[in-house]
Design a binder for this molecule. Structure first.
Ligand code: CO
Length: 133
């Protein structure tokens, strides 16, 4: 089965510190920067070749990563797989016992729709599905 990794999500405290870390140490390049207002986060993508790193920084205290950051500090957050039909895949995996964070896809970065599954039902890894629209 073809299940390509779209990106690896990493929560950071401060993009002004983390971007130079990744560009300076590994020579990665920023390919996209986008604010997701309704989730209170800013995303920065760095190209890795066949996949990307997605740095996720909170813009306000009620952002979707603020709790994670307060409880666990910065670090690995999720894996995101690219699928052709996100609704069909959400239905199939839900049928296997996976638990969705939201019942319907929501808008993601770079012209996509995304959905997350709770890590307690995905072998301990917060898992995102993404379909480019
Ligand atoms: Co992501």
């Amino acid at each position: 089965m073809d299940y390509p990794l779209d990106h690896i999500g990493i929560v950071v405290e401060d993009l002004a510190k983390s971007i130079p870390f990744y560009t300076g140490s590994y020579g990665l390049e920023v390919t996209c920067r986008e604010i997701i207002e309704e989730r209170g986060i800013e995303l920065v993508f760095l190209g890795l070749g066949n996949t990307d790193l997605e740095l996720i920084a909170p813009l306000r205290p009620d952002s979707t990563v603020s709790k994670f950051l307060a409880e666990r500090g910065p670090g690995l957050h999720h894996l995101c797989y690219k699928v052709a039909d996100i609704r069909a895949e959400m239905k199939r995996l839900t049928g296997l016992g996976f638990e969705l964070v939201d019942p319907t896809p929501r808008p993601g970065a770079r012209g996509s729709e995304i959905a997350f599954f709770h890590p307690k039902t995905t072998d301990g890894v917060l898992t995102e599905l993404l379909q480019y629209t």
